[in-house]
Design a binder for this molecule. Structure first.
Ligand code: FEO
Length: 573
């Protein structure tokens, strides 16, 4: 059943998914894609579940924007006074935003959660409530065979997270883990092809920085017994492709674990904007083939902080709070971090944008004084971050990772067979500048690996290295311009766009541009340009092959010829 409040934005849906088990989903069709992991623009859902044995448990709630819709759906399904337990998988407000409202209607309910979740909840729900802290292996018998077993799954995605397994139905409730931001009326993973880009993207943004914790959680899932359904907190529930999708988490996390270079990102979750800023930096690090580890100082003991530093080649610090509930733990951890860093490590710092940030410049300078090399200038967050701020963080993460992986990259270039390398070098291309714009962020890249790919529709491909800043602006549906450079006149533009730009730096300063469709810059000094839209992307190892269908174009000098790029070796551009 789908109840439409505003049919284009927020709807709710409830359906039985197993014996005694009802899914209640809040469908957010246009969730603000400002949040980094919402990059594929398919909205999201917040999933809540009711399990009825002889006693009843509600697993998670919804986002507060669904207050009226969710409470109407819940009270239409059950008398709140009949809810015995409220299981909290994780306290981020997208799942727990209505806990206070539910407890107002169901004051008799006992809240079940990890010790940390209950602690966080006390700061969120300003009313007394009965509670029981649980850990891995603890059970709760609802009667009728519905024995709930709890699995600690810290860092997926906050340190408070736990899974719940119902032995009667084989349903495993995982909250963020195995989720995706994909809003669709289909309850389950019917269409693997449709959901897999979002499944991967979500993994990369939320889970990859905690690959070690993913592997631990996967191990803890093994003895549970047959899992029939993974009831995630976001997107479709996983049933039809369960083995395959779980296996992907295992594979991706193992790959992440074996990356040779790793950066630790120390932050305080739920403080300022540190959660999303940290994830943007982690995304940038992953683009340059290095691993990252997100370490929440609210919840990590000092011995572990020391261990993380010892195994990391770089550290990123979000300014910790100097006041408030997490200040004491964060400041103690900061002391341990500063005492254990060595001059061989690389670092970056960013402002968390909270109410009581440690000043960022003195922190940056202290790390320089310790002899560490700065990978990027301190990232400052004066007001609420914009897409440009998150993009800047991503680029800063990529710069940092490129420093860590430089030696490996040079080694790989040298290891190519000499004859093969020379033969590859005889492939030639033109000289182009790709420009793109999205959410007020503009970028550009010099390109040579461009080729017409089709007549109908008219289209071309361009190869884009994964660690290019512009890559994030070239998702399916995004617009771009291919600026074609001219023989004998290309040097100024080539020199400009070959420059190394600092994170967030304006690529178009001093360049004459016009605004094309969607605000994408067109270079006035180019020989010709083509405007188009990305319609597909092919994974080609360290590059994406981006296929673009063209809808507009113009030549400024009809007598001009395209600049050609000849190379001698195939191991670089
Ligand atoms: Fe979906 Fe981390 O909350």
């Amino acid at each position: 059943m789908v109840q439409a409040a505003n049919p284009t934005r927020l709807t709710v849906q409830k359906k039985q998914i197993a014996e005694g088990t009802t899914a209640m989903r809040s469908l957010d069709w246009e969730r603000d894609r400002f949040d980094i992991e919402f990059g594929l623009q398919n909205g999201t859902t917040y999933n809540s579940f009711l399990i009825r044995g002889e006693r009843t448990a509600l697993v998670d709630t919804s986002h507060e924007k669904f207050r009226a819709l969710y409470l109407e759906m819940l009270t239409g399904e059950i008398d709140p006074l009949a809810i015995d337990y409220l299981v909290i998988s994780h306290t981020e407000p997208d799942h727990s935003g209505l806990v206070g409202d539910v407890l107002a209607l169901a004051p008799q309910a006992t809240v079940i959660g990890s010790r940390m979740a209950l602690q966080f909840l006390e700061n969120m729900v300003h009313r007394p409530f009965a509670s029981r802290a649980v850990k891995s292996g603890d059970t709760l018998d609802l009667g009728g065979g519905h024995v709930l077993e709890f699995v600690s799954a810290p860092n997926l995605h906050w340190p408070d997270t736990m899974f719940t397994f119902d032995r009667a139905t084989g349903v495993l409730y995982t909250c963020d883990a195995f989720g995706m931001h994909y809003c669709d009326r289909r309850l389950f993973d019917d269409d693997l092809e449709a959901i897999e880009p979002d499944y991967r993207f979500y993994y990369e943004c939320l889970m990859a920085p905690n690959a070690r914790s993913v592997i631990t959680a996967l191990k803890r899932m093994e003895p549970l017994g047959e899992i029939t359904t993974i009831a995630t907190g976001h997107g479709p529930l996983i049933r039809h492709h369960l083995t395959e999708l779980v296996e992907r988490y295992r594979r991706w996390s193992s790959e992440q674990e074996t990356a040779t270079a790793s950066a630790a990102i120390f932050y305080v979750s739920d403080y300022g904007y540190s959660d999303r800023l940290s994830r943007s930096i982690a995304t940038g690090i992953a683009k340059a083939h290095a691993a990252s580890e997100l370490v929440d100082l609210r919840a990590t003991d000092l011995a572990e902080v020391k261990e993380v530093i010892a195994r990391s080649q770089a550290v990123v610090l979000g300014t910790p709070p100097t006041a408030g509930p997490a200040a004491e733990a964060a400041q103690a951890a900061l002391g341990v971090i500063l005492a254990n860093l060595t001059a061989k490590q690389t670092f970056g710092v960013y402002e968390a944008g909270g109410s009581a940030d440690e000043p960022v410049t003195p922190l940056h300078n202290r790390l320089l004084d310790l002899g560490l090399a700065a990978a990027f200038a301190p990232v400052r967050v004066q007001e609420a971050p914009t897409p440009a701020t998150y993009k800047l963080c991503e680029e800063a993460g990529t710069d940092l990772a490129q420093i860590l992986t430089r030696a490996r990259t040079i080694q790989q270039m040298k290891s190519l067979d000499v004859n093969l390398d020379r033969a590859m070098g005889r492939l030639s291309g033109g000289l182009y500048v790709i420009t793109a714009a999205k959410d007020g962020v503009r970028s550009a890249m010099l390109a040579s690996w461009v080729s017409q790919a089709s007549f109908a529709p008219l289209g071309f491909t361009v190869a884009v290295a994964r660690d290019r800043a512009i890559e994030a602006l070239l998702g399916i549906g995004d617009r771009l311009v291919l600026n074609i450079l001219e023989e004998d006149r290309y040097t100024p533009l080539m020199r400009h766009f070959l420059k190394r730009f600092a994170p967030g730096e304006d690529r178009f300063a001093g360049i004459d541009i016009l605004e094309g469709t969607g605000g994408v810059p067109i270079l006035q000094d180019a020989l010709a340009y083509l405007e188009g839209r990305v319609t597909s992307r092919l994974d080609a190892g360290d590059h994406w092959i981006v296929y673009v269908t063209v809808d507009n174009g113009q030549v400024s000098r009809p007598e001009g010829r395209t600049a050609v790029h000849h190379r001698k070796v195939g191991n670089h551009y």
